[in-house]
Design a protein around this ligand. Structure first.
Ligand SMILES: N[C@@H](CCSC[C@H]1O[C@@H](n2cnc3c(=O)[nH]cnc32)[C@H](O)[C@@H]1O)C(=O)O
Ligand SMILES: [Zn+2]
Length: 430
């Protein structure tokens, strides 16, 4: 058996407590063999975690990873205009190779900020999968389909691609890749397409992931046209099962929260994107109180503008308090839970907790820094004071992706250079 030992750190347990312990990993299986003080078994490789917090790898439950190429391309605009005037026209010019380059950039950024697992909605998905294979992360991927503004033939082609991609790649890359069908949203995909793609996906045990209730512009037309709330409509369409998960859920009313809790459908909270696009404040504490599965996501780098889940945790806590008008709302332990186990649960992937027998998806955070001193409360520090750049080592599926800030699976400087050139050529074309 090939083993890895992470020694001398404070380990974050699933109940939110920390204890000094070593972590022993079976690298063949990619699982945790033991968590205990001073494990003296000989290991094939060791990672030093002295003065560090050893925590589950962060799970970014909603992303468009290749949008790193559009970082800073269009800012300070409302969602509708931003998508139609800036993002979609530029995305139309992206080649499969561009998407691959953007994905690599995003994956390096994720590894460097302790994210091991994510859910991704984009296009040219085979190229995204190749990048994930190389980088070593775990993901649920899918092709985002849009039908508005398209004739019936083009619309079905996009929907069919979403299904074909989901079927083809589920279980790829040693099982690190799972899939979902990803109709873009309840307003950008027509009713018959939503109904059909959902039924076909569920028949094959494939989940559905989509944007919902992000802005009032996404809620009002559905209420006006159908006299029902968007999530009641989603339920009618079969898109509200325990396997499905939606991004945003900003403008949800009490009944919709109850629908989500009853169905077990995951909601991915994206606070930075919601603030930047002025979409609104999601009632996160209310959803947690109702028993909704809530995860955390960055959304794409063009509406954030980074993929750092530490920033996202801080934003979630801050915005959650403001939304509830209550400083005790969306407390630090709940935010860490949201960014780890909550996200993993929402997107239906393993991880999000350090447990014997569980997957070895791990981030080691260096606490030896002025902004993390004194080490009063480590969970508080993760949410309010730590940054992605405090992550020292990243491990996914038992493999070391970053050791002492050195990314091992991708060539960081080559990836950054390629991204710079690719983005420059893209903007030249559009
Ligand atoms: N096949 C579709 C692309 C869908 S991929 C998913 C899309 O979601 C877009 N996106 C990124 N962030 C957001 C958001 O916050 N709300 C809605 N859409 C977003 C992203 O730019 C991308 O176009 C097409 O041909 O247009
Ligand atoms: Zn999104």
């Amino acid at each position: 058996m090939d083993t890895l030992r992470i020694t001398g750190g404070q380990v974050l347990r699933p109940d939110g407590t920390t204890e000094e312990a070593d972590v022993l990993v079976d690298r063949d299986e990619g699982t945790i063999l033991d968590i205990a003080a001073d494990i003296d078994a000989d290991a094939d490789e060791t990672l030093d975690a002295e003065g560090c917090l050893v925590m589950p790898g962060l799970v970014n439950a909603h992303c468009h990873v290749s949008m790193t190429l559009l970082r800073g391309h269009a800012d300070d605009k409302q969602l509708d205009a931003w998508l139609r005037e800036d993002i979609w026209p530029t995305e139309a010019a992206l080649t499969p190779e561009d998407v691959r380059v953007g994905a690599e950039l995003g994956l390096v950024e994720m590894i460097k900020s302790g994210t091991t697992t994510f859910a991704d909605m984009y296009f040219h998905v085979p190229d995204v999968v190749e990048a994930i294979d190389e980088a070593g992360l775990r993901a649920r991927v899918g092709h985002g389909a849009v039908t508005i503004g398209k004739d019936d033939e083009d619309a079905w082609a996009d929907i069919d691609e979403s299904l074909a991609i989901a079927r083809e790649f589920d279980g790829a890359v040693d099982g690190r890749i799972r899939t979902a069908v990803m109709p873009h949203s309840l307003t950008t995909v027509g009713e018959e397409y939503l109904r059909e793609v959902t039924a076909e996906a569920h028949a094959d045990d494939i989940p559905v992931h989509y944007h919902a209730n992000e802005t009032t512009n996404e809620v009002d037309p559905i209420v006006d046209e159908r006299d029902e709330r968007p999530l009641a409509y989603a339920q009618d369409l079969g898109m509200l099962t325990a396997d499905d998960f939606l991004a945003h859920g900003v403008h949800v009313d009490d009944e919709e929260i109850e629908l989500l809790a009853d169905a077990g459908t995951g909601v991915v909270h994206c606070p930075a994107s919601n603030m930047k696009l002025a979409s609104g404040m999601a009632p996160v504490q209310q959803m947690l109180d109702a028993g909704v599965t809530v995860g955390l996501g960055t959304d794409g780098a063009a509406s954030n503008n980074d993929l750092d889940m530490f920033d996202e945790m801080r934003d979630a806590a801050m915005l959650g308090k403001l939304a509830s008008d209550d400083a005790s709302a969306v407390a630090a332990p709940d935010v860490v839970q949201m960014a780890t186990a909550g996200s993993a649960d929402a997107i239906g992937l393993p991880g999000g907790a350090l447990e014997v027998g569980g997957v070895a998806d791990i981030a080691v955070v260096d606490l030896d820094a002025p902004h993390l001193t004194p080490a009063n409360n480590l969970v508080s520090h993760l949410v309010y004071a730590a940054r992605g750049s405090d992550v020292r080592h990243t491990v996914c599926d038992g493999q070391i992706l970053m050791r002492d800030r050195d990314v091992l699976t991708l060539d960081e400087s080559a990836v950054v250079d390629r991204a710079r050139e690719t983005a420059a050529a893209l903007y030249e074309r559009v």
